[in-house]
Structures are given as structure tokens and as C-alpha cells.
Design a protein around this ligand. Sequence first.
Ligand SMILES: [Zn+2]
Length: 103
Amino acid sequence: MTVPASLPPTAPSRHVPERSCVACRAKRPQGEFVRVTRVEGGWRVLPGQRTGRGAYVCADSPACWAEKRLRRAFREGAPAISAALHARQAPSVPPITPTPDQP
Ligand SMILES: [Zn+2]
């Protein structure tokens, strides 16, 4: 009788912190959100800021950036947060590459 000695290696379950969007309530890995940080006097979109209270909004879902949807979480700060979220991915002016007219 042989007892299977080798158990399948248990994959180390890396803890992926899940957050939920304040606008649509979807649960996703933290990396897929924009973090909105509570700072003195209001909410700010501060990339890289990890301190203080945070709220999360889908990074790739413009529907979640609507002021109306953010108001529940951010109250009077909603317009500014909405603007900041939109500004993040504002379509930049296409680079105008001057085409030199060679003689
Ligand atoms: Zn969302």
C-alpha cells in the first residue's frame, strides 16, 4: 500500500484586498480603482496617497465618475471628484507632429 506522499502544492493565497466602488458597488481588486482620499476639508483624488480614509471608484468606468453617482459618497465634494476623475483620462490633444515639407 502506498500512500500518496505528495500533496498538490497549495498555492500561497496572496491576500488581494478587495474594495467596492462607491458609485456602482462593484467589488474588484484594489488596483482597478481610483482611490479618493479624505483630506482635511474634503475629498481629493490623490494618486499614490495611501493614508487616511479612502474611497474607491472604478478606474475604467466613466459611468462611475458621474457627479450624481458620487454624491452619495462625497456629498458636496462630488462635483470636484467627478471633475478630477474625468480629468484623469481626459483625451489629450492629439500631438501635432509638424510635417516638414521638404523641398
Ligand atoms: Zn464603479
